[in-house]
Ligand binder design. Structure first.
Ligand SMILES: [Zn+2]
Ligand SMILES: [Zn+2]
Length: 378
Protein backbone atom coordinates (compact mmCIF):
# COMPACT_ATOMS: atom_id res chain seq x y z
CA UNK A 1 0.00 0.00 0.00
CA UNK A 2 2.81 2.43 0.89
CA UNK A 3 4.29 2.77 -2.61
CA UNK A 4 0.83 2.74 -4.14
CA UNK A 5 -0.29 5.52 -1.82
CA UNK A 6 2.80 7.60 -2.52
CA UNK A 7 2.39 7.24 -6.30
CA UNK A 8 -1.28 8.19 -6.12
CA UNK A 9 -0.64 11.25 -3.98
CA UNK A 10 2.32 12.45 -6.07
CA UNK A 11 0.16 12.03 -9.18
CA UNK A 12 -2.62 14.13 -7.63
CA UNK A 13 -0.12 16.73 -6.48
CA UNK A 14 1.27 17.07 -10.00
CA UNK A 15 -2.20 17.38 -11.47
CA UNK A 16 -2.97 20.18 -8.98
CA UNK A 17 0.41 21.76 -9.65
CA UNK A 18 -0.21 21.89 -13.41
CA UNK A 19 -3.62 23.49 -12.91
CA UNK A 20 -3.20 26.12 -10.18
CA UNK A 21 -6.04 28.54 -9.42
CA UNK A 22 -5.78 31.80 -7.49
CA UNK A 23 -7.53 32.51 -4.21
CA UNK A 24 -11.32 32.35 -4.32
CA UNK A 25 -11.41 30.92 -7.86
CA UNK A 26 -10.42 27.31 -7.06
CA UNK A 27 -13.31 25.82 -9.10
CA UNK A 28 -11.46 23.03 -10.96
CA UNK A 29 -9.41 22.26 -7.87
CA UNK A 30 -12.64 21.87 -5.87
CA UNK A 31 -14.05 19.58 -8.57
CA UNK A 32 -10.96 17.35 -8.57
CA UNK A 33 -10.91 17.05 -4.76
CA UNK A 34 -14.61 16.14 -4.72
CA UNK A 35 -14.01 13.56 -7.43
CA UNK A 36 -11.03 11.92 -5.71
CA UNK A 37 -12.86 11.79 -2.37
CA UNK A 38 -16.01 10.41 -3.98
CA UNK A 39 -14.05 7.70 -5.79
CA UNK A 40 -12.76 6.60 -2.37
CA UNK A 41 -16.34 6.61 -1.04
CA UNK A 42 -15.52 9.40 1.41
CA UNK A 43 -18.49 11.53 2.51
CA UNK A 44 -18.58 15.21 1.57
CA UNK A 45 -20.55 17.50 3.87
CA UNK A 46 -23.29 19.55 2.16
CA UNK A 47 -21.98 23.00 3.13
CA UNK A 48 -22.77 26.09 1.07
CA UNK A 49 -19.32 26.89 -0.33
CA UNK A 50 -18.39 28.58 -3.61
CA UNK A 51 -15.03 26.77 -3.57
CA UNK A 52 -13.44 24.35 -1.10
CA UNK A 53 -14.57 20.96 0.19
CA UNK A 54 -15.28 19.56 3.65
CA UNK A 55 -15.10 15.77 3.98
CA UNK A 56 -15.88 13.57 6.96
CA UNK A 57 -14.82 10.06 7.93
CA UNK A 58 -16.20 8.00 10.82
CA UNK A 59 -19.59 7.74 12.45
CA UNK A 60 -21.40 7.65 15.78
CA UNK A 61 -21.59 10.13 18.62
CA UNK A 62 -17.89 10.28 19.41
CA UNK A 63 -15.76 13.44 19.31
CA UNK A 64 -14.84 15.23 16.07
CA UNK A 65 -11.27 16.16 15.18
CA UNK A 66 -10.56 18.40 12.16
CA UNK A 67 -7.61 18.49 9.76
CA UNK A 68 -7.15 21.44 7.41
CA UNK A 69 -5.41 21.79 4.04
CA UNK A 70 -5.36 24.96 1.93
CA UNK A 71 -5.91 24.69 -1.83
CA UNK A 72 -5.21 28.07 -3.50
CA UNK A 73 -2.25 29.19 -5.64
CA UNK A 74 -0.55 32.55 -6.23
CA UNK A 75 -0.36 35.10 -9.09
CA UNK A 76 3.26 34.18 -9.90
CA UNK A 77 4.77 33.03 -13.21
CA UNK A 78 6.44 29.67 -12.53
CA UNK A 79 10.14 29.30 -13.39
CA UNK A 80 10.81 25.85 -11.92
CA UNK A 81 11.35 24.07 -15.31
CA UNK A 82 9.66 20.94 -14.00
CA UNK A 83 7.83 18.76 -16.55
CA UNK A 84 4.69 19.21 -14.42
CA UNK A 85 5.04 22.98 -14.04
CA UNK A 86 2.02 25.27 -14.24
CA UNK A 87 -0.08 25.34 -17.40
CA UNK A 88 -1.89 28.49 -16.26
CA UNK A 89 0.22 31.49 -17.28
CA UNK A 90 0.91 33.79 -14.35
CA UNK A 91 -0.44 31.37 -11.72
CA UNK A 92 1.67 28.99 -9.63
CA UNK A 93 1.43 26.79 -6.57
CA UNK A 94 4.39 28.67 -5.08
CA UNK A 95 3.39 28.10 -1.46
CA UNK A 96 2.96 24.32 -1.73
CA UNK A 97 -0.79 24.24 -1.12
CA UNK A 98 -0.90 21.51 -3.81
CA UNK A 99 1.36 19.49 -1.49
CA UNK A 100 -0.87 20.22 1.52
CA UNK A 101 -3.96 19.15 -0.43
CA UNK A 102 -2.42 15.85 -1.51
CA UNK A 103 -1.18 15.20 2.05
CA UNK A 104 -4.69 15.61 3.49
CA UNK A 105 -6.21 13.56 0.64
CA UNK A 106 -3.74 10.83 1.66
CA UNK A 107 -4.75 11.17 5.31
CA UNK A 108 -8.38 10.85 4.21
CA UNK A 109 -7.65 7.62 2.29
CA UNK A 110 -5.80 6.12 5.27
CA UNK A 111 -8.53 7.13 7.73
CA UNK A 112 -11.17 5.68 5.41
CA UNK A 113 -9.40 2.29 5.62
CA UNK A 114 -9.60 2.52 9.42
CA UNK A 115 -13.07 4.04 9.55
CA UNK A 116 -14.67 1.20 11.53
CA UNK A 117 -12.08 1.54 14.31
CA UNK A 118 -12.14 5.36 14.68
CA UNK A 119 -13.18 6.60 18.12
CA UNK A 120 -15.22 9.41 16.57
CA UNK A 121 -15.15 11.41 13.35
CA UNK A 122 -12.42 13.18 11.41
CA UNK A 123 -13.48 16.20 9.38
CA UNK A 124 -11.07 17.29 6.65
CA UNK A 125 -11.23 20.91 5.51
CA UNK A 126 -9.91 21.70 2.02
CA UNK A 127 -9.91 25.46 2.46
CA UNK A 128 -9.87 28.06 -0.33
CA UNK A 129 -8.35 31.56 -0.29
CA UNK A 130 -5.66 31.19 2.36
CA UNK A 131 -3.33 33.61 0.59
CA UNK A 132 -5.86 36.45 0.84
CA UNK A 133 -6.83 35.48 4.40
CA UNK A 134 -10.56 35.04 3.71
CA UNK A 135 -10.94 31.27 3.33
CA UNK A 136 -10.87 30.21 6.98
CA UNK A 137 -13.65 32.67 7.85
CA UNK A 138 -15.73 31.43 4.89
CA UNK A 139 -15.50 27.86 6.17
CA UNK A 140 -16.27 28.90 9.74
CA UNK A 141 -19.30 30.91 8.58
CA UNK A 142 -20.50 27.92 6.54
CA UNK A 143 -20.49 25.78 9.69
CA UNK A 144 -17.38 23.69 9.02
CA UNK A 145 -16.34 23.78 12.71
CA UNK A 146 -19.70 22.74 14.15
CA UNK A 147 -19.17 19.91 16.63
CA UNK A 148 -15.38 19.98 16.22
CA UNK A 149 -13.29 19.76 19.42
CA UNK A 150 -9.73 20.11 18.09
CA UNK A 151 -8.19 21.23 14.78
CA UNK A 152 -4.77 20.65 13.22
CA UNK A 153 -3.10 22.00 10.13
CA UNK A 154 0.35 22.14 8.65
CA UNK A 155 2.60 23.94 6.19
CA UNK A 156 5.61 22.71 4.31
CA UNK A 157 8.83 24.39 5.44
CA UNK A 158 11.38 24.86 2.61
CA UNK A 159 14.20 25.61 5.07
CA UNK A 160 13.80 22.27 6.89
CA UNK A 161 15.05 18.98 5.38
CA UNK A 162 12.50 16.27 4.61
CA UNK A 163 11.94 14.21 7.76
CA UNK A 164 12.11 17.21 10.08
CA UNK A 165 9.17 18.64 11.96
CA UNK A 166 8.74 21.89 13.88
CA UNK A 167 6.15 23.68 15.92
CA UNK A 168 5.84 25.53 19.22
CA UNK A 169 3.25 26.12 21.90
CA UNK A 170 1.93 29.69 22.09
CA UNK A 171 2.29 32.26 19.28
CA UNK A 172 3.67 30.70 16.08
CA UNK A 173 2.58 33.04 13.25
CA UNK A 174 2.16 36.82 13.58
CA UNK A 175 -0.71 39.29 13.56
CA UNK A 176 -0.71 40.57 9.96
CA UNK A 177 -1.93 44.11 9.33
CA UNK A 178 -1.76 46.18 6.16
CA UNK A 179 -1.70 49.95 6.08
CA UNK A 180 -1.97 52.73 3.53
CA UNK A 181 -0.91 56.31 4.17
CA UNK A 182 -2.17 59.12 1.98
CA UNK A 183 0.24 62.06 2.05
CA UNK A 184 -1.41 65.23 0.75
CA UNK A 185 0.72 68.28 0.00
CA UNK A 186 0.22 70.92 -2.64
CA UNK A 187 1.36 70.40 -6.20
CA UNK A 188 3.79 72.88 -7.74
CA UNK A 189 6.34 73.45 -10.50
CA UNK A 190 9.50 71.54 -9.63
CA UNK A 191 11.51 74.72 -10.12
CA UNK A 192 9.35 76.67 -7.64
CA UNK A 193 8.78 74.31 -4.67
CA UNK A 194 8.09 77.30 -2.40
CA UNK A 195 4.71 77.67 -4.14
CA UNK A 196 3.59 74.19 -3.07
CA UNK A 197 3.99 71.67 -0.25
CA UNK A 198 6.29 68.87 -1.40
CA UNK A 199 4.49 65.58 -0.72
CA UNK A 200 7.53 63.55 -1.84
CA UNK A 201 9.90 65.09 0.72
CA UNK A 202 7.16 64.76 3.34
CA UNK A 203 6.65 61.08 2.45
CA UNK A 204 10.41 60.53 2.86
CA UNK A 205 10.28 62.04 6.37
CA UNK A 206 7.28 59.86 7.24
CA UNK A 207 8.99 56.68 6.02
CA UNK A 208 12.09 57.43 8.08
CA UNK A 209 10.04 58.33 11.16
CA UNK A 210 7.94 55.16 10.87
CA UNK A 211 11.11 53.12 11.34
CA UNK A 212 11.53 54.68 14.79
CA UNK A 213 8.25 53.13 15.98
CA UNK A 214 9.52 49.54 16.33
CA UNK A 215 12.82 50.68 17.84
CA UNK A 216 11.75 53.71 19.99
CA UNK A 217 8.04 53.33 20.74
CA UNK A 218 8.02 49.61 21.63
CA UNK A 219 10.14 47.33 23.74
CA UNK A 220 12.79 45.30 21.94
CA UNK A 221 10.92 42.26 23.31
CA UNK A 222 7.64 43.24 21.60
CA UNK A 223 8.72 41.89 18.17
CA UNK A 224 7.22 44.64 15.99
CA UNK A 225 8.15 44.69 12.29
CA UNK A 226 7.03 47.62 10.12
CA UNK A 227 7.81 47.61 6.39
CA UNK A 228 6.83 50.19 3.79
CA UNK A 229 6.47 48.22 0.56
CA UNK A 230 4.98 50.67 -1.96
CA UNK A 231 5.45 54.34 -2.75
CA UNK A 232 3.30 55.85 -5.48
CA UNK A 233 3.49 59.52 -6.39
CA UNK A 234 4.25 61.76 -9.30
CA UNK A 235 4.46 60.89 -12.98
CA UNK A 236 7.08 63.16 -14.49
CA UNK A 237 10.34 65.01 -13.76
CA UNK A 238 9.33 68.62 -13.49
CA UNK A 239 6.14 68.57 -11.42
CA UNK A 240 5.85 68.15 -7.66
CA UNK A 241 2.79 65.93 -7.15
CA UNK A 242 -0.11 66.80 -4.90
CA UNK A 243 -0.33 63.34 -3.36
CA UNK A 244 1.91 60.38 -2.48
CA UNK A 245 0.54 57.01 -1.37
CA UNK A 246 2.46 54.66 0.87
CA UNK A 247 1.53 51.06 1.61
CA UNK A 248 3.05 48.47 3.90
CA UNK A 249 2.59 45.94 6.65
CA UNK A 250 3.01 45.63 10.41
CA UNK A 251 3.67 42.27 12.09
CA UNK A 252 3.35 41.61 15.81
CA UNK A 253 2.73 38.65 18.13
CA UNK A 254 1.12 40.42 21.08
CA UNK A 255 -2.52 41.49 20.73
CA UNK A 256 -2.13 44.47 23.10
CA UNK A 257 0.92 45.69 21.19
CA UNK A 258 -0.95 45.28 17.91
CA UNK A 259 -3.78 47.46 19.19
CA UNK A 260 -1.39 50.34 19.96
CA UNK A 261 0.20 50.49 16.50
CA UNK A 262 -2.47 52.38 14.49
CA UNK A 263 -2.74 55.24 17.01
CA UNK A 264 1.04 55.59 17.21
CA UNK A 265 1.32 55.73 13.41
CA UNK A 266 -1.55 58.23 13.20
CA UNK A 267 -0.02 60.57 15.78
CA UNK A 268 3.38 60.45 14.09
CA UNK A 269 2.22 61.06 10.54
CA UNK A 270 -0.35 63.74 11.43
CA UNK A 271 2.20 65.79 13.34
CA UNK A 272 4.96 65.43 10.76
CA UNK A 273 2.51 66.44 8.04
CA UNK A 274 1.26 69.40 10.10
CA UNK A 275 4.85 70.57 10.48
CA UNK A 276 5.04 70.78 6.68
CA UNK A 277 1.64 72.47 6.39
CA UNK A 278 0.24 69.30 4.83
CA UNK A 279 -2.06 66.43 5.73
CA UNK A 280 -1.48 62.70 6.12
CA UNK A 281 -4.12 60.04 6.70
CA UNK A 282 -3.80 56.40 7.81
CA UNK A 283 -6.00 53.63 6.43
CA UNK A 284 -5.64 50.48 8.51
CA UNK A 285 -6.63 47.00 7.25
CA UNK A 286 -6.52 44.32 9.94
CA UNK A 287 -5.49 40.89 8.65
CA UNK A 288 -5.38 37.51 10.38
CA UNK A 289 -4.63 37.49 14.09
CA UNK A 290 -1.67 35.86 15.79
CA UNK A 291 -1.74 32.07 15.45
CA UNK A 292 -1.62 30.69 19.00
CA UNK A 293 -1.05 26.95 19.38
CA UNK A 294 -2.52 25.34 22.50
CA UNK A 295 0.32 24.04 24.65
CA UNK A 296 -1.37 20.67 25.19
CA UNK A 297 -2.05 20.04 21.50
CA UNK A 298 1.28 21.44 20.27
CA UNK A 299 3.02 18.97 22.58
CA UNK A 300 0.76 16.20 21.33
CA UNK A 301 1.63 16.95 17.66
CA UNK A 302 5.32 16.67 18.60
CA UNK A 303 4.85 13.35 20.44
CA UNK A 304 3.05 11.83 17.46
CA UNK A 305 5.68 13.23 15.05
CA UNK A 306 8.48 11.66 17.09
CA UNK A 307 6.60 8.35 17.12
CA UNK A 308 6.28 8.59 13.30
CA UNK A 309 10.05 8.99 12.99
CA UNK A 310 10.33 12.76 12.43
CA UNK A 311 13.19 14.75 13.94
CA UNK A 312 11.25 17.25 16.03
CA UNK A 313 12.24 20.90 16.62
CA UNK A 314 10.84 23.71 18.73
CA UNK A 315 10.42 26.62 16.32
CA UNK A 316 10.90 30.29 17.24
CA UNK A 317 7.88 32.57 16.59
CA UNK A 318 7.57 33.41 12.88
CA UNK A 319 6.76 36.87 11.48
CA UNK A 320 4.65 35.57 8.57
CA UNK A 321 0.88 35.21 8.75
CA UNK A 322 -1.40 32.17 8.37
CA UNK A 323 -5.18 32.30 8.30
CA UNK A 324 -5.36 29.02 10.24
CA UNK A 325 -5.17 31.50 13.15
CA UNK A 326 -8.92 32.16 12.74
CA UNK A 327 -9.75 28.53 13.58
CA UNK A 328 -7.63 28.67 16.72
CA UNK A 329 -9.65 31.67 17.91
CA UNK A 330 -12.66 29.31 18.04
CA UNK A 331 -11.06 26.00 19.04
CA UNK A 332 -7.94 24.53 20.58
CA UNK A 333 -5.46 22.89 18.26
CA UNK A 334 -2.06 23.34 16.69
CA UNK A 335 -0.35 24.24 13.42
CA UNK A 336 2.88 22.48 12.46
CA UNK A 337 5.71 22.76 9.92
CA UNK A 338 7.04 19.81 7.93
CA UNK A 339 10.34 20.00 6.04
CA UNK A 340 10.08 20.32 2.24
CA UNK A 341 13.74 21.09 1.43
CA UNK A 342 13.29 23.65 -1.37
CA UNK A 343 16.34 25.67 -2.41
CA UNK A 344 13.96 28.57 -3.13
CA UNK A 345 11.54 29.79 -0.49
CA UNK A 346 7.76 30.14 -0.33
CA UNK A 347 6.29 32.49 -2.97
CA UNK A 348 9.45 32.28 -5.12
CA UNK A 349 8.91 31.53 -8.86
CA UNK A 350 11.42 28.65 -8.54
CA UNK A 351 9.96 27.20 -5.32
CA UNK A 352 10.29 23.42 -5.72
CA UNK A 353 9.38 21.40 -2.60
CA UNK A 354 10.37 17.75 -2.28
CA UNK A 355 7.51 15.34 -2.99
CA UNK A 356 9.16 12.85 -0.60
CA UNK A 357 7.37 14.55 2.28
CA UNK A 358 3.86 13.78 0.97
CA UNK A 359 3.21 10.13 1.91
CA UNK A 360 4.91 10.32 5.35
CA UNK A 361 2.97 13.51 6.15
CA UNK A 362 -0.28 11.81 5.09
CA UNK A 363 0.49 8.93 7.48
CA UNK A 364 1.38 11.45 10.17
CA UNK A 365 -1.88 13.41 9.96
CA UNK A 366 -3.96 10.21 9.81
CA UNK A 367 -2.27 8.95 12.96
CA UNK A 368 -2.53 12.35 14.65
CA UNK A 369 -6.29 12.45 14.03
CA UNK A 370 -6.79 8.86 15.11
CA UNK A 371 -4.83 9.28 18.35
CA UNK A 372 -6.52 12.62 19.04
CA UNK A 373 -9.92 10.90 18.97
CA UNK A 374 -8.64 8.32 21.50
CA UNK A 375 -7.28 11.08 23.70
CA UNK A 376 -10.57 13.02 23.51
CA UNK A 377 -12.56 9.93 24.46
CA UNK A 378 -10.29 9.05 27.38
ZN1 LIG B 1 1.68 31.56 0.91
ZN1 LIG C 1 0.99 28.79 2.32
Amino acid sequence: MTNGLSDTLVGWRRELHQNPEISGLEFQTTQKIRQWLSEADIAILPLALKTGVVAQIGQGDGPVCALRADIDALPIEEQSDRPFSSRNPGVMHACGHDIHTSVMLGAALLLKEREASLAGKVRILFQPAEEIFTGARQLIDAGALEGVSVIFGGHNAPDLPVGEFGTRSGPLHANVDRFEILVNGKGAHAARPEEGVDSIVLAAHIITALQTLPSRAFSALDSVVLSVTRITGGNTWNVLPQQVELEGTVRTHNTAVRALVPEKITRLIEHIAAGFGAHAELRWHAGPPVLVNSAEWADFTKDVAAAEGYRVHDLPPLMGGEDFAFYLHHLPGAFVNIGSASAFGLHHPRFDPSEALIAPAARYFARLAQETLHKLQA
